[in-house]
Design a protein around this ligand. Sequence first.
Ligand code: F6R
Length: 610
Amino acid sequence: MCGIVGYIGTKNCIPILIEGLKRLEYRGYDSAGIGVIKNGLCRVIKQKGKVVELENEVEKQNTSSTFGIAHTRWATHGVPNQINAHPHTDTEEKLFLVHNGIIENYTVLKKRLELDSYEFYSETDTEILVKLIESFLNKGNVLCKAVQYALNEVKGTYGIAVGYTDEPDKLIVAKKGSPLVIGIGDGENFIASDVNALIAHTSRVVYLEDGEMAEVYRDRFEAKTIEDEEIQKEIQEVTLALDEISKGDYDHFMLKEIMEQPLSVKNSFRGRLLFEEGSSKLGGLQGYEERIARSKRILICACGTSWHAALVGEYMIEQFAGIPTEVEYASEFRYRNPIVTPDDTCIFISQSGETADTLAAMKEAKRRGALVLGICNVVGSSIARESEAGVYIHAGPEIGVASTKAFTSQLVVLALITILIARRRQLSLIDGQEIIRELDLIPAKIEQILELNDEIKAIANEFTGAKNFLYLGRGYNFPVALEGALKLKEISYIHAEGYPAAEMKHGPIALIDDNMPSVFITPQDSVYDKVVSNIEEIKARSGKIIAIANMDDEKIGSLVEYTIRIPETIRMLMPILTSIPLQLLAYHIAVKKGLNVDQPRNLAKSVTVE
Ligand code: F6R
């Protein structure tokens, strides 16, 4: 949700900023802009559309500088156009600022500034912040003080970077609710909303916490709170490699990430399987195992795809650990009066670790005394840092906006947590060992599924004209139906709904005709016969059916038009396998429709606003 990058040093910052923006483009891609100081003057270039449009414009204008900040936007206040794009500037165009987040009290601040004769050119909340800082500069403050005074009046969230022609030796960054990281170079420093934009230049980073800011000079930085207390920040090493955030030979990040799943899933359980004990070892939960196992209730909160993973987790934990488990949308949890006690364990799942709703829900659960755990992909992210204990999924960077490999890795980690608790409660050694053995076999089974890519593509080509889709599954595969439908709608813009298969006859069946395809997830488990009855009901109404079925299912072929056959595993792990053909189906339908699967319209990867 908006990407920020900045540079102060001795090199020309333009290529550094443009390249950084491209690496952040998955965070927002409706407009982009760059602001530099050149010969003591502020120069801002902004463009509607993708970073490449900005790049072309910057090339035309042939500018260079050793100081600059840049932004790729996901619109919140004001339509995506050139005027609303960042950086925003003060009245005299000496001060320029990029912002990720939302200024909630912007109308109040704007009225006050208007009374003081400040004028506004854009529809953004960010411009109010620049003018607010300007108002404090006009009262004789230095930049750092002016930023502090302004931020102390702001309600909402921000990750900001500010440049000022009167103080060209520093750029200022501050954070509350939106990520901000400083990259430490040699005689040069970088700032960004995400380490992805920095790692081509440095692996040494400093993460700002909420309420913190820094004055970043060419050769040093000074960190403080926005209340002006000095603080010491630790420099950390990031281990991300550049090729992990490149597309390689793939047409899209999404396809690369789907294809990476044998490895990403393996990385999620690497070193964590205890074959003999029939259990798991999770360093991030060390010392908390007993408390989790004694919980009276487990609550899992998340959004989107991570919420679907949470639903699978609910089935796992209740079946194997026997602890009542509830799943809640983080956005709902934070605004009601949830019953949470110190006997509860609350698990928060987030790929990015920055989702505003999930982070806020986590803080609420913490306030109420529950044990708060995080399951995140992005190392050092806000949710990871805010949690008392937690587990990284280690799926590697996920750049495609539609989540794929993070989902399967989240399922692996939920299985590992389940077995860790369950073995302390009711799960037998034999059953524990079986789960661990099956988990170990999953990557090879994913390889087999990925070999079906061409077959799935051919099926996808038959359905590019569909306007609606139903996804149906039961038990562990009901959340997979939801996830399959979400994947299709977000990248192909085809309306799709997921349902528990049996629920279909309570309403959605009215939609069925030969224009409404259904995808059934129907492995041969305990509810197989019941799902087959649901298939018959759709068939009787001329609905076309794609089935995800097991290899040796002899019945299914005669019932449905298309069958995608996948290997078997135990029920709790089946969603790791059944979700993969659905990712490929959505991908190929969207590609065939000529859509941008990595950057679908209106979406952004990391939703740092409410
Ligand atoms: C779907 C998707 C979103 C995210 C959701 C939560 O493909 O990517 O639904 O799953 O925005 O994001 P995280 O997991 O980063 O909290």
